[in-house]
Design a protein. Structure first.
Length: 264
């Protein structure tokens, strides 16, 4: 386990529990189209290999991954930090602790993690455990937001809070640098580690939609050093009003790393 806790695991779990409790259009359904699109970008990488996979562990799919893997004839275990979220993901549900995964060695042909590993404090340790959970010749495939994601929102919140209070608190998660991703895979013992990035612009007619989608996906602030004080009522309206515009819509950037590596 990491000596420095960047994230609060209990907060991560609460946020995903809350998201799973509201599957309709006012909750998880609000962001399902985005999650499905990002999931397809990840699943497209399976078409680049002729290898076949029978047993699959998918992590964090939130309903966007399991059914599509099952349609390919795969047996799917769906894992999540939240038991309710795992239960609605579509495979055999397993709740996990990101620091200590409950899987023995060589259990799966494929491990696929969809926009979930960025909440783990000890990411190198988790990757080692996931590599050990793969059978020889198994594939690890993951998507993860990296540095530059939500930079517009991060800057707007910092500026607004500094203006209102004279101080700042972390309100947007820190993300790993793309340059580190392939190195992390190599350090974990994966062969042929590759990490590339897709930059995606998310556009909103109403900037509040960005915050609502983050909440619906279980992606709200779980930084351990976050302020527990109720923020000023002016903070979020001021920050949202200063977000950049494109095509008369508020724009938020997602930099999505796609990571692949093979087990020996």
């Amino acid at each position: 386990m990491s000596d420095v806790a960047i994230f609060d695991p209990q907060a991560v779990r609460r946020h995903r529990d809350r998201a799973a409790a509201h599957p309709g259009p006012e909750g998880l359904g609000r962001v399902s189209a985005v999650l499905d699109d990002l999931g397809e970008r990840l699943l497209d990488r399976l078409n680049d290999t002729s290898a076949s996979f029978a047993s699959v562990l998918e992590i964090g799919g939130r309903g966007s991954i399991a059914a599509k893997l099952q349609a390919r004839g795969m047996q799917v275990v769906s894992a999540d930090f939240s038991a309710p979220m795992a239960a609605c993901a579509g495979g055999l549900a397993v709740a996990i602790d990101g620091e200590a995964l409950p899987f023995g060695p060589q259990k799966f042909d494929l491990v696929l993690a969809h926009c979930s590993l960025h909440w783990i404090n000890d990411l190198p340790g988790a990757l080692i455990q996931l590599r050990r959970a793969l059978r020889p010749g198994g594939l690890f495939l993951a998507s993860m937001p990296v540095l530059g994601t939500l930079q517009e929102l991060r800057a707007a919140l910092l500026d607004a809070e500094l203006m209102l209070t004279g101080g700042v608190s972390p309100r947007v998660s820190p993300y790993p640098d793309l340059r580190d991703c392939a190195g992390l895979l190599q350090r974990a013992g994966f062969l042929l580690p590759v990490a590339d990035v897709e930059e995606i612009a998310l556009l909103y007619a109403n900037p509040l939609g960005l915050l609502l989608e983050l909440r619906a996906a279980g992606e709200t602030n779980a930084v351990a050093a976050r302020s527990r004080k109720i923020p000023s009522r002016e903070l979020f309206p001021l920050a949202l009003s200063n977000l950049p515009m494109r095509e008369n819509r508020t724009v938020a950037t997602l930099k999505l790393a796609i990571m692949t590596g093979w087990a020996t």
